[in-house]
Write a protein that binds this ligand. Structure first.
Ligand code: NAD
Length: 289
């Protein structure tokens, strides 16, 4: 297929390269020259604007920073410029309302559109092992399989338009809250004189078990190798966790859903980010407790 790819940053760069490896022709566009240079090295054809990149595309994939940018790129340069009937896939993490608005505009313009945000970081984007959570019709979901499967290990239909974004922010709200709870639990265990590896061995097999503990333990030297063992470098940046928690809080407000734990996690990550820790792994919040 001819696939236009918009947004070749930390995530999009590797994803576009995996589409090339799967045999697709990738027409790439990014505002940053360095991203375009990397795309050329990975076998993409590059363009100087979105309209030219999408002009004869069978499908368009976007991986952009936020909802405002996604709304403006689609409204100004994709809808009405990509061929009628093209399949549009936005893989960025954005608010549910923007995802639904962009999809409605695309459908009104004669396109098929899915929201398909991802779980998994830069390593998963480069390795083609992302998990996609997809919102849209069954038919469009089926049509997107060859594209998403080239970039991921799991492609899951979450429901109708916007459901992919909803699943993503709900998952990450749970992750943020459970990480804070895991961190404070280990600090309490330490104060109570427990050996932390012993506590890990107990709790990871008891009812306190959760992913933040078992697979991503925030304590250096305890459990599997995690960013904690590398001074909290790499992994999932605090700034991105904060972004997702803010999206979850906005969605909760719109939906009238009480989220006291998510709200507290957002406050704690906001303070941690403001103290200059936006670039470190989100499990480093243990240092503040
Ligand atoms: P990034 O900042 O590295 O990349 C974004 C790219 O978009 C940049 O190269 C930028 O130049 C480009 N861009 C911005 N505006 C543009 C425009 N109008 N037209 C074309 N290109 C434009 O960000 P990233 O880490 O690749 O994240 C992308 C998306 O993926 C975000 O929505 C993020 O929340 C989500 N995400 C990131 C991770 C992660 O670990 N980095 C994990 C899951 C989801």
């Amino acid at each position: 297929m001819k696939i236009a790819f918009i947004g070749l940053g930390n995530m999009g760069g590797g994803m576009a390269a995996n589409l090339v490896k799967a045999g697709h022709q990738v027409h790439a566009f990014d505002l940053a020259q360095a991203a375009l240079d990397r795309a050329v090295a990975n076998g993409c054809a590059t363009f100087t604007n979105v309209r030219d990149a999408v002009g004869d595309a069978d499908a368009v994939v976007s991986m952009l920073p936020n909802g405002a940018i996604v709304r403006s790129v689609y409204a100004a340069d994709v809808i009405g410029h990509a061929p009628a009937g093209a399949l549009l896939l936005d893989c960025s993490t954005i608010d549910v309302a923007s995802a639904r608005e962009v999809a409605a505009g695309a459908q009104a313009g004669g396109y098929r559109m899915l929201d398909a945000p991802v779980s998994g970081g830069i390593a998963a984007a480069n390795g083609g092992t992302l998990t996609f959570m997809v919102g849209g019709t069954e038919q469009d979901f089926a049509a997107a399989q060859p594209i998403l499967a080239a970039m991921g290990k799991a492609v899951i239909h979450a429901g109708e338009s916007g459901a992919g974004q909803a699943a993503k922010i709900c998952n990450n709200m749970l992750l943020g809250a459970s990480m804070v709870a895991t961190c404070e639990t280990f600090k309490l265990a330490e104060r109570l004189g427990l050996d932390l590896q012993t506590f890990y061995d107990i709790s990871s097999k008891a009812s306190g078990q959760c992913w933040s503990m078992t697979s991503y333990c925030p304590v250096p030297g305890v459990g599997p190798v995690t960013p904690a063992d590398n001074d909290y470098q790499g992994g999932f940046a605090t700034a991105l966790m904060l972004k997702d928690l803010k999206l979850a809080m906005a969605a909760a407000q719109d939906a009238g859903a009480p989220v006291p734990m998510g709200h507290r996690a957002q406050e704690l990550y906001e303070a941690f980010d403001a103290a200059g820790n936006g670039g470190v792994d989100f499990s480093a919040i243990i240092k503040t407790l």
